[in-house]
Design a protein around this ligand. Structure first.
Ligand SMILES: Cc1cc2nc3c(=O)[nH]c(=O)nc-3n(C[C@H](O)[C@H](O)[C@H](O)COP(=O)(O)OP(=O)(O)OC[C@H]3O[C@@H](n4cnc5c(N)ncnc54)[C@H](O)[C@@H]3O)c2cc1C
Length: 505
């Protein structure tokens, strides 16, 4: 009979958040097992191959923020974990990308001063609003960005601007832009910049949007060569070398409270853990527990949140180097003439796919070894995909794929006739590989008045929700939140490990 495993911490999920929690906790001297449903670590930070490994597709990595030396929180975190060689693998992007709007190609550089100059050059009539925007990014955006450091008493809230910060958390980014700018054009150029944190200006709250801009403009955005999988694999390697255990292909099904510890039923093993660190969706944690008054009450808390955006992706391989057909920038944001201010109706009747910003990523520029790879990505929602029959699903997938390709052809006509491989994914695909509710790639939406701290105290003190669902989306947030919680929980939970106790008795 297989023996039960004992551990201090059982982490559900080996995405970036789970890996960083695990790595931090083992470094602090705790015993940690990570149980992962998939056959490889990384969650969204993974890749896949086609054509006998000739084509490599990255599943999510575009911009990893926070990597600027002495400024970015992620840089600080990786330094503290002594992951110096991993830090050296990050390459800073030379530009954020090129926004294509009303036939203009606006290249957004990566240094804040240069971004300000570019915006002023393109929109001289908006100079006052642009100055206000940068002032707000440096004050409110920074304040929100430093959330993790505040948890560790390393940042003191700036009370002088707190009231104003709270006010910004109650309005959308678009409402904020309308206050500071005279016209719509600059709004449509700035709105899509935060797309890689799943933010849309007409729904995300302005305080959080300013955080995204701070992380992107000031924190320093970078990438790791060899796709997001490389980052996950390096974190996993360190976790194992510092004593952690990973159980792959091992979904967690059920948990039972045994007073001193939680008993966790997984596909392969039963695990007894002092603490469960859940990086999976909060609603799945409730399903793993026996129904109780406290699980029902917590379901009411979860009902306050709206499941965020997943995405539709067209993976393309082309027959020539992208620069031969005019694709130079690592990233293009193709904004329609109507901008991103779509309505619910646009979304429901599929006009959305013609209107909303489409990103075209030039992965060949990131990593020439992966082939002539381009990806078309648009935010999309599980609500439009999960209810379909298999046949309806395939028809719809084909239709949306064609729409996005036609949009790419409009901006880059020489792309026609160069596509040698096409494959698409939907929010349903996301669910298949990450088990994220409705295939959300960015956890809950950060709408006005969304308060993630409601999720920080789970009504069973042996279970902690440590995830982008409770900390906010993105690579940097996932890793910094995992680290912060690993530090804090290790500090407050110093006791002899179950393993040590077993050996003594
Ligand atoms: C197309 C795309 C582009 C993106 N671009 C960017 C970007 O440019 N910059 C950026 O910062 N962010 C970006 N993101 C977002 C970023 O990838 C995610 O926010 C982040 O990777 C989430 O990490 P996580 O660890 O919280 O969750 P996940 O990556 O979802 O990991 C959760 C893990 O838990 C496992 N799991 C779930 N349930 C169970 C269970 N019951 N038992 C065992 N295991 C379980 C899953 O299999 C998964 O491995 C992008 C996302 C997508 C999809």
């Amino acid at each position: 009979m297989i023996k039960n495993l004992d551990t201090d911490d059982l982490v559900i999920g080996a995405g970036l958040c789970g890996l960083m929690y695990g790595l931090t906790a083992v470094t602090e001297g705790r015993s940690v097992i990570i149980s992962e449903a998939h056959h490889k670590a990384g969650g969204y930070a993974t890749n896949f191959y086609r054509n006998k490994r000739k084509f490599i597709f990255d599943c999510s990595q575009h911009k990893v923020s926070g990597i600027r030396e002495n400024v970015g929180n992620l840089w600080n975190t990786l330094q503290r974990l002594k992951l110096h060689s991993l830090l050296e693998e990050f390459i800073l992007h030379e530009e954020i990308g090129t926004v294509v709007y009303k036939e203009r190609f606006i290249r957004i550089p990566s240094e804040p001063e240069e971004i300000r100059e570019v915006l002023c050059a393109h929109f001289p009539e908006e100079r006052t609003g642009i100055q206000q925007l940068f002032k707000d990014i440096e004050s409110h955006g920074y304040q929100h960005y430093m959330f993790f450091r505040r948890l560790m008493n390393e940042y003191t809230i700036n009370k002088e601007i707190l009231r104003e910060s709270r006010g910004l958390a109650k309005i959308t980014a678009r409402e904020y832009f309308n206050r500071i700018f005279k016209g719509q054009d600059i709004i449509e150029v700035l709105s899509p910049i935060a797309i890689y944190s799943g933010s849309i200006s007409n729904e995300v709250n302005a305080f959080y949007f300013l955080h995204c801009l701070y992380a992107m403009f000031y924190g320093g955005q970078a990438y790791v060569k060899g796709t997001g999988q490389r980052l996950s694999d390096e974190l996993l390697k360190e976790f194992i070398s510092r004593g952690g255990i990973l159980l792959k292909k091992n979904p967690v099904y059920e948990m039972e409270d045994h007073q001193e510890y939680m008993q966790i039923k997984t596909r392969k093993r039963i695990i007894n853990a002092r603490k469960v660190i859940a990086t999976c969706p909060p609603e799945d944690v409730l399903k793993m527990l026996k129904k109780d008054k406290y699980t029902e009450d917590f379901q009411d808390v979860i009902n306050n949140f709206e499941v965020g955006w997943g995405h539709f992706c067209v993976y393309l391989v082309i027959s020539v180097p992208p620069e031969e057909i005019g694709i130079f920038s690592p990233e293009y944001l193709l904004v329609s003439d109507y901008g991103d201010n779509f309505t619910r109706e646009d979304f429901e009747n599929d006009r959305y796919y013609d209107l909303f910003t489409l990103s075209l990523s030039n992965y060949h520029r990131f990593d020439p070894d992966g082939g002539y790879i381009l990806q078309l990505v648009m935010l999309d929602h599980g609500d439009r995909w999960f209810h379909l029959t298999e046949e309806e699903y395939l028809v719809r997938k084909q239709k949306i794929q064609e729409k996005l390709i036609q949009r790419a052809f409009k901006t880059f006509p020489d792309l026609k006739g160069k596509l040698i491989y096409i494959e698409s994914s939907t929010p349903k695909t996301n669910y298949k590989f990450t088990l994220a509710t409705k295939g959300s790639a960015f956890a809950y939406k950060m709408l006005p008045k969304t308060n993630l701290s409601l999720l920080s105290s789970f009504p069973n003190d042996k279970i902690n929700l440590v995830s982008t669902w409770s900390g906010g989306p993105g690579y940097e947030t996932a890793m910094c939140f995992g680290f912060t919680q690993g530090k804090l929980l290790s500090k407050t939970q110093k006791y002899e490990s179950i393993e040590e106790k077993n050996t003594e008795s």
